[in-house]
Design a protein around this ligand. Sequence first.
Ligand SMILES: [Zn+2]
Length: 459
Amino acid sequence: MRFSLLRTLGYFAGGLWTAWGGRQRIEAKQLSNLRRLVEKARRDSPLFRRLYSDLGPSSEVELRDLPVTRKPDLMREFDDWLTIRSLPLERAREHLRDIDKLGVPIDDVAIFRTSGTSGEPAVIVSPSSLLEYYYGISLARFDRSQWKPIREVRKAGVSVTITGGNGHFAGAGLNKLMRHLAPRLVGHTAFVEAEQPIGRIVDELNAIPNLTSILTYPSVLAILAKEKEDGRLRIEPMIVRTGGEMLTGELRARVRQAFPSLKRDVIDAYGCTECLVPSIKCSHGRHHVNEDWVILEAVDEAMRPVPDGTLSATVLLTVLANDVQPFIRYDLGDCLRFYTDPCPCGSPFRSFQVEGREATLVRVGEVTLSPLVFDLEHEHARRIQLVQTSAREFEVRIEPADAAEARDVFQEVSQSVKRVFRDNGLIDVTVRESQAPPEITASGKFHEVLPLQGTDPRT
Ligand SMILES: [Zn+2]
């Protein structure tokens, strides 16, 4: 696998050229990229050849002619899905079973897995073109205020990624891969496993000299902010970046206060393993789709487009920079809302906001609750988790800051949780204390609330 700086500059220059041409040039570029991908998929992927057998010529295809694709169907036919024949699922799985091969290419591609928070994990195959797109387009679309601190930080010290280390996830894997493919591009980096006990994460971070930047999930960041407030965490980062989960305004403000060393607001990206960077967030807080290389369609439950301004039931993703593993109108499961007006930043690219991931909502009978309604913080606990164990039963798992207080913490937390249920008309819900420690997802995210598995209709 070779990472080409020249092709990266091609994405950069092309990305600028497309943006300068406004809507007309963006839409033309998107359509020609789409038709080229459809042609390649029909020619070299047996699965897409079957799927598109009734379509007219690829040079006349429109997006709406193409059927929606879903992860379980694609994974079931993995060996027919790729446009290369040298990577059957069994070979990919064998690679993924060996953690020493994290971020090590297999022939001309890199492979990662998704966390499987909404069902079976997917195996994601990234050719070098996707990585070149990732760097080239970021370079083209970041504004000066976004680049300046990133450049300064790279010169000044160590950038730390804190994500799941128990599998081939893109967070840690991409870092390792790029260190191997293009070391000058990534600078000094370190990795800390998010699934360790908090005390150990704090010790590891405190031991890194000259730590200037952090990349992690919002749920891990919330814990770090608390550790910093309580004086256990002593790091003074200049930049904090997040991704993979929803970042609330409340957490953003809290982090700003807890880490006075920050040079700018938390940089929050909307990303997924399938595309790495479908959009870039501007200084006005909107996510702008990289429409020349990515298509995001906000749709309802029947996969019909919803008007701008309406919250979608899911989103269909098309990745135009990956012709090895085609993602075309792929049901991603996220809820988005496109803005109806142009962004004050002047970007010609359509913008949206993310409304959280459906899989984290809690369903009790007919009532659906956001995890944000529960107050799961306590001064004597490092972290608290509410787990739904059956339709109307929950347990509270506590990682105490001080063993003697565990009982009182449970009493107070369970009372506040029961109050939330009562306020929502739910009186027959049981809340129990659990001796088990809080559970971390496969990719190292910490969810304060774990809904009952299998209640999401898509899993
Ligand atoms: Zn904008």
